[in-house]
Design a protein around this ligand. Sequence first.
Ligand SMILES: Cc1ncc(COP(=O)(O)O)c(C=O)c1O
Length: 401
Amino acid sequence: MTASGLAGRQSHANVRSPFVRLTELLAGLEPGKPLINLSVGEPRHPVPSFVAPVIASNIAGFGKYPMLRGTDRFRSAAANWLGRRYRLPRAIDPSKEVLVLNGSREGLFLAGITAKRMLGERGGKPAIIVPNPFYPAYGAGAEVTGCELVALPAWRENHFIPDYDAVPDALFGRTIAVYLCSPANPQGSVLPRETLERVIARARKHGAFVFADECYSEIWLGDKKPVGALEACGSNYDNVVVFNSLSKRSNLPGIRCGFAAGDEKFISAFSELRNVSAPQVPEPLQEVAVAAYSDEHHVEATRRLYREKFDLADNLLGKRFNHRRPEGGFFLWLDVTELGGDEAAAKSLFKDAGLRVVPGSYLARADKDGKNPGAGYIRVALVDDIKTTEEALTRLASFGK
Ligand SMILES: Cc1ncc(COP(=O)(O)O)c(C=O)c1O
């Protein structure tokens, strides 16, 4: 592997929130126009109409402690949804292969700790491989377990897909987990089936886990559904765990409900750790999830809304900032070199155009030569209604002209 192939590799993860850094960057500045917040990946589409009645009719459930693993109804609903959504080698067993989570974030963090407890030191300092840029929870797991965080860069030239094949065997041999994110936050790239198959095969060969973050799986912007890691598993789910949630799929980021599914031994060890460390998910909210996973109409409406917003982006931005429509997710990943780089652009867009966006370098790691694959980009979340999104894109398209 080349030196640049291991960008961001370092022993001390020290993960910081990009939003805290953004607040520091913008401290003392006032938005030059009515503020539009495009920084947080929080869908602001309507909450589905079934949510309130389901909560109302299950209100008594708030009066007791829930079981950590989730209700039978929840686990079956998640397993059935996986079976309908993906072409699976065999049905997921809801009693052994599914675990309810308070959204995927806490699961993605605690999964790293579980992997370390299960695999420990395997021939050297344990490593956790993440894409670069990456969702901070992956790195936080590496940090608290003292693992080496290996951040594989995703460049435009490689369609924003990290080169997993370039990871040397010696490194894979001490790797406890490989995090994947497809569709990717922030670039919206989707991992091809062959890439998933190769990563899974290598992880199995070396005894590592694959943690596939699929929380954007339902927001695809072309006509192809993203392939899921469970579909690329062959005849069993060994070493593979997928994470998903209602936050993006059902516009319910505030309900904090999701799941992990896959490798039975992992799910068992994960439950044990979470049984002594994680909050359980309230049962009325699991009932909302049962309703949500049983309905695709609201998900189709959501996808239509995102497509409409990306149509607007295509029309208004054209090729400006090297815009290209992503395959999935709801972010624009824009090259703002012409505005003086990502931090300078985030500041001036806020100060002069009232747009709050995230500097790309805050979402990624610099390698030992200082190269950061997020530098020069901004992340723009298209999470508002159409009218607000159109206003934001109009300001963005004319900015600096
Ligand atoms: C890539 C990625 N993974 C995981 C999450 C966590 O989402 P949640 O905990 O709401 O499921 C997010 C949220 O923004 C995300 O962007």
